[in-house]
Design a protein around this ligand. Structure first.
Ligand SMILES: C[S@@+](CC[C@H](N)C(=O)[O-])C[C@H]1O[C@@H](n2cnc3c(N)ncnc32)[C@H](O)[C@@H]1O
Length: 286
């Protein structure tokens, strides 16, 4: 596969792709995302607003596969659910035009569950049908792979070739202890008055538990509904970026640019892909 990685973030699709293919170009507008991408993958993504990249420019990369994770806020439970009318769908709408002019042989899109059944999903599947691609709508959560993390996501996997069904495993999630740092960062602990203010809404787990909630991009500054917090004998703390990365199945040696704030690290991870689930979606391509 010669892959165009669109909305590339820290390069979650590239990690999941492994030796199934090669990324020929990646695109993302975010400077911190691109700096993280180049550090981990060696190649610099195109720092472009995708809505302004022409079909000819994209076609010139010679890719046969699109892997994409468009912004999910227009389809989120906590968002406005405006779908295509949301300004953050502009690049997606543009790509649906490109799909008519220069369609790939294969495409895998990841998003929140609310994407399925949305007007954006309808537009995508109309375009796929018109171009003669078959597709599967999939839903999966990394907990099936034994990761103690809830991150249910939707995948649309499309190809001109017949798709291969891949049953999800049903592994018992491991205890969180297996994902924790050997040495804790004391600055991750909540001050007692902060904990007291948010305690009723916080999802607090312990090392022996086998679950955590979905870590979202705002985990570094929000409390309720942003991801789990860990209770230890010392108090209650956030999971570190390295711990969140492990819970996503990302490589243990994932690197961030020096000086990138904690908040920005959580934002990149919260936008990221759970690796075993993304690899499972890719495995449906023959
Ligand atoms: C959901 S995240 C994708 C994360 C990625 N799959 C990963 O593994 O890290 C969406 C990404 O799209 C980028 N983005 C959003 N709107 C964009 C646009 N109009 N053009 C280019 N990139 C955009 C954001 O900067 C963000 O990194």
């Amino acid at each position: 596969m010669r892959v165009l990685e669109l909305f590339s973030g820290l390069g979650g699709w590239r990690f999941a792709l492994g030796d199934r293919g090669r990324v020929v170009a990646a695109y993302d507008v975010s400077e911190p995302a691109n700096a993280t991408y180049v550090l981990n993958h060696g190649d610099q993504p195109h720092p472009r607003e995708l809505a302004a990249v022409s079909a000819e420019t994209l076609a010139a990369h010679g890719a046969d596969t699109w892997l994409l994770s468009p912004p999910c806020q227009p389809f989120c439970r906590m968002g406005n659910r405006e779908g295509l009318a949301d300004a953050r769908c502009r690049a997606f709408r543009h790509l649906m035009e490109v799909l008519q002019e220069a369609p790939p042989e294969r495409l895998v899109l990841e998003n929140v569950l609310g994407f399925l059944g949305s007007d954006a999903h309808q537009l995508l599947t109309e375009r796929l049908r018109a171009q003669g691609l078959m597709w599967l709508d999939l839903e999966a959560c990394p907990s099936s792979y034994g990761l103690p993390n809830q991150r249910p996501r939707a995948y649309v996997v499309a190809s001109r070739q017949p798709l291969v069904p891949r049953p999800l495993p049903q592994r018992e999630p491991q205890p969180l202890a297996a994902f924790l740092d050997a040495v804790e960062d004391p600055s991750l602990y909540l001050r007692p008055e902060v904990f007291a203010r948010h305690r009723h809404g916080l999802d607090v787990v312990e090392a022996q538990n086998r679950r955590s909630t979905c870590f979202i991009g705002g985990y570094g500054r929000r409390y309720v509904g942003s991801g789990s917090f860990l209770r230890t004998p010392q108090g209650v703390r956030r999971f570190s970026p390295a711990e969140v990365a492990r819970l996503l199945g990302l490589p243990g040696d994932l690197r961030f640019p020096e000086g990138l704030s904690l908040e920005a690290r959580y934002r990149l991870l919260g936008n990221g892909l759970s690796q075993p689930v993304a690899a499972w979606a890719l495995a449906h391509l023959a």
